[in-house]
Structure formats: C-alpha cells, structure tokens
Design a binder for this molecule. Structure first.
Ligand SMILES: Nc1ncnc2c1ncn2[C@@H]1O[C@H](COP(=O)(O)OP(=O)(O)OP(=O)(O)O)[C@@H](O)[C@H]1O
Ligand SMILES: [Mg+2]
Length: 425
C-alpha cells in the first residue's frame, strides 16, 4: 500500500510541478508586457525628464536622493558600465532595456538623452513567495495526498482480503470466504474468483464422488469375477462352466457400461462441449420423444404430455435438451406408480419451463439438492442395479450451459416434480 501510494503520489506531484513550471516559463516568454509598458520604465522616463533641469555634475546626487526618498533601487551608471551588444544597441535607440541580473532580479535601463549616462532601476522580477502562499501550496499537495489515500485505501484493503482468501484457497481450504462490498473496484475480480472457486470446488467434489464410485462400481464386479473364475476352474460339468462364463460376461457388460457412462459424464463435466444453439419446434419434439420412451415402459403406466401451442421456435441445443428430457423421463418411469406427466410452456419473463412429474415416492426435502450430484443414488434397494447416479448430474450440467436452473419439488401427482427453466435469448 505504502509503495503504491508513494509511487502514485510522487508521479502526480512531479507532473504537476513540471506543468506549472513550464506554464510559468511560457507565460514569462510570451505573455509579459514590452519593456516600454513596464511601470518601472515609466518611472525612469519621469526621472529622466526631471534630470533635464539638473546640472550634469549634480545628477548622480539627485538620483541618489530620489532613491532614498522613494525607496526604489536607483542608480546612475556610466556608459562603460553597461555590457552586451543587444543592451547597448537598445539603449542607443533611446528605448528602455531589460537586463536579468545573476541574483534573479531585473534591471530596467534607460539612457539619459542629455549626457549619455544610463539610469538603472533594479527590482525583483519574481515576487518572493510569502508564508501564506507556502501554506497554500502545502495544503494543495496535502489535499492531493488525501484524495489518493481515500481512493487507494479501500482498494488496497479489499485486495489484501482477496489475497488472504486466495492463499487460504490455495492451502486446500476449497472455500472462498472473502466478503467484498459490491461498490468496491475489486468486486468484479472477487466475483470472478468466487465463481472459479465454486467451479473448482464442484470439480473436486465430483472427483471425490467419482473415485468413491470407481472403487465401488469396479471393485464389486471384479471381486465377483474372480469368484466366478475360481468356480469355473473347478466346475464339474460343461453346463456349470457355461453358467459361470455367462456371469462373467454380465459383469464385463456392467463394467463396460460404467466406464462408458463415466467417460461421457467426464466430457460434460470438463465443459468442452460447444452448444449447438438453434430454434426447434417443441410441439412435435417433446411428444415424439415421450412416445418413444413410453414404448419401453411398463404397459400399465399412463404418460401424459402437454406442450404449449406457441412453443414452435424454442431456442436450445436440441440434442442436449433431448438428453435432459430422456433422463428425467427414465427416472420418472422407474419411480412412478401409475402416472407420469410431461409439460412444456413459455412462462413469465421470457422463460421456457420443462416439467417432468410422477406419482412415485418423491424425493425427501433433505435430498433435493444432493440428488443432482454425480454418482448420487438415493435408497437403492439391495440387489437392484439400475444406473450409476449420473442422470440428474448430466441434466444439471446441460441446463447450466443453457444459462438455466433445475430443481425438484413435490408434485401434485404425489411424487417428484423436476422443473427445468431456461431463458429465451
Ligand atoms: N422421479 C424420481 N422419483 C424418486 N426418486 C428419484 C426420481 N428421480 C431420481 N430419483 C432419485 O435420484 C437418484 C439419482 O438419479 P439419477 O438419474 O442421477 O441416477 P440414476 O437414475 O440412479 O442412475 P442413471 O441416471 O445414471 O442411470 C436416483 O437414484 C433416485 O434415487
Ligand atoms: Mg437416472
């Protein structure tokens, strides 16, 4: 902070001082009055007139008396005391001439018409600064320092906060806890960092879930396979051997499905997918897809589909949105008792809303957030192996890419109601 303050302050002070010095020089070079208009020159002209009536040998005394009486620094110089061709030339023309003295004072010279001697009046060309002026200068520069402090201090404080949080985050704390006011200049940076931290946190979480799932979903079939191989080795007849080989084959299929699903999800998770956004007629897409899923469902299940008649130009990546609908429908069909309902509408504030609900057991309030995590499966009955808990995680990712949200609530049918919302661009 001190270093930044000093650098900025010194730069401003140096620039200001240079500009005011330059201005002063310019003003003096181009803005000053000609010699003949100076009040000092007029005083010399009057004195010159008076000296005309004074005898030559008493003129020096007259000038000394005038100097005493008026307090002016007056002198009568002999012609040889004046040096410089320009000065001598100017005097010869009978004009008042200015001469800079080494002590920062200025001489006005005027040649006496009567005897060629030169009248000289010395004065301070630059008025000397007095104490109040110095105080004013000090106040001016102190005010600049104050303004810089007022501007720099909150920013430097927020930057320090941000730095501390970043260091904590880097120390594997995995949560970004800096609170920075939204009027701070650092606020956009903090927001961007918070978003990045949340994303990293999410990635680490899903990595954790993935490794847990890996150990469970891979180790279990592997252990079963080892067991089947042992049994196959000692199988007495070809029929038993065939059965063990079939079990092995089932486990391999299961492993393969897990690896494929995990890899597909990993691609989505890395956010490497470029959205293929276009307009699509949902009045046909949604019913056709629902119908195709219905064909693979239990016959006793009633699947209703209601789509707004004006949903003929819905903006989305249709391939990904079909995945969303399909995943939600698979879940609903799996958990429904008798009924599933799909609705699509354009709601207030230019938003699309896709709902999939059923009359199954629903999802407990405590699990409604968690259920969208990867590899999360709620209360899977022992022995029943269905999916890997990736369906809803995929739904969430896709909806986020569309700038939308997804949540689950209680359906009027009695089960779960998944609501996907995204904005018309
Ligand atoms: N409609 C629903 N009703 C009740 N529970 C549900 C419903 N949909 C999902 N769930 C619960 O949420 C869990 C996670 O669902 P998700 O779709 O992510 O995984 P999955 O269906 O188990 O496996 P996958 O989709 O990978 O085949 C499910 O295991 C289930 O317990
Ligand atoms: Mg699923």
């Amino acid at each position: 902070m001190t270093r930044h303050f000093l650098t900025l302050y010194l730069s401003i002070v140096i620039v200001l001082a240079a500009v005011s010095w330059g201005q002063d020089r310019l003003w003096r070079s181009y803005g000053s009055a000609p010699e003949s208009e100076l009040p000092q020159a007029s005083a010399l002209t009057i004195l010159d007139r008076q000296l005309q009536a004074v005898p030559a040998e008493r003129r020096a005394d007259f000038v000394a008396a005038a100097a005493r009486d008026t307090g002016l620094d007056l002198e009568l110089l002999e012609p040889q005391d004046v040096a410089g061709a320009a000065t001598i030339g100017g005097l010869a023309r009978g004009k008042p001439v200015l001469m800079e003295g080494a002590d920062g004072r200025t001489w006005v010279l005027q040649r006496l018409e009567q005897d060629g001697r030169v009248l000289a009046l010395r004065y301070a060309s630059q008025p000397q600064r007095r104490l109040p002026e110095w105080v004013l200068v000090f106040v001016f520069y102190a005010a600049i320092a104050l303004v810089i402090m007022v501007w720099l201090w909150p920013m430097s404080r927020d930057l320090r906060k941000l730095e501390r949080s970043t260091v904590r985050f880097g120390d594997r704390n995995w949560s970004f806890d800096a609170t920075i006011a939204n009027r701070s200049p650092v606020y956009p940076l903090a927001t961007a960092f918070r978003r990045m931290a949340a994303r990293i946190d999410g990635l680490i979480g899903s990595h954790q879930d993935m490794s847990n799932a890996l150990s469970h979903e891979i180790k279990t079939p592997l252990a079963r396979m080892r067991f089947e191989i042992e049994l196959a080795r000692v199988a007495a007849d070809p029929e038993k051997l065939q059965r063990h080989l079939d079990h092995l084959n089932t486990d391999i299929t299961e492993l393969n499905a897990f690896v494929t699903a995990t890899l597909e999800y990993a691609v989505l998770e890395r956010a490497e997918v470029a959205l293929n956004i276009a307009t699509h007629d949902f009045t046909t897409i949604v019913p056709v897809l629902t119908e195709s899923v219905k064909r693979g469902a239990r016959a006793d299940l009633g699947i209703q589909c209601e789509v707004d008649a004006d949903a003929t130009a819905v903006i989305c990546d249709v391939h990904l949105m079909e995945t969303v609908l399909r995943n939600l429908l698979y879940n609903a069909i799996r958990h429904a008792a008798r009924q599933v309902r799909v609705t699509f509408a354009i709601v207030a504030q230019q938003r699309y809303r896709l709902c999939v609900e059923d009359d199954g057991p629903g999802i407990a309030e405590a699990d409604r957030e968690r259920v969208f995590g990867s590899f999360v499966q709620l209360g899977r009955p022992a022995g029943e192996k269905t999916g890997f808990g990736l369906g809803l995680a995929i739904v969430k990712r896709i909806v986020e890419w569309h700038g939308g949200t997804v949540h689950v609530e209680q359906s009027t049918l009695g089960g779960a109601r998944f609501v996907v919302d995204w904005r018309v661009r």
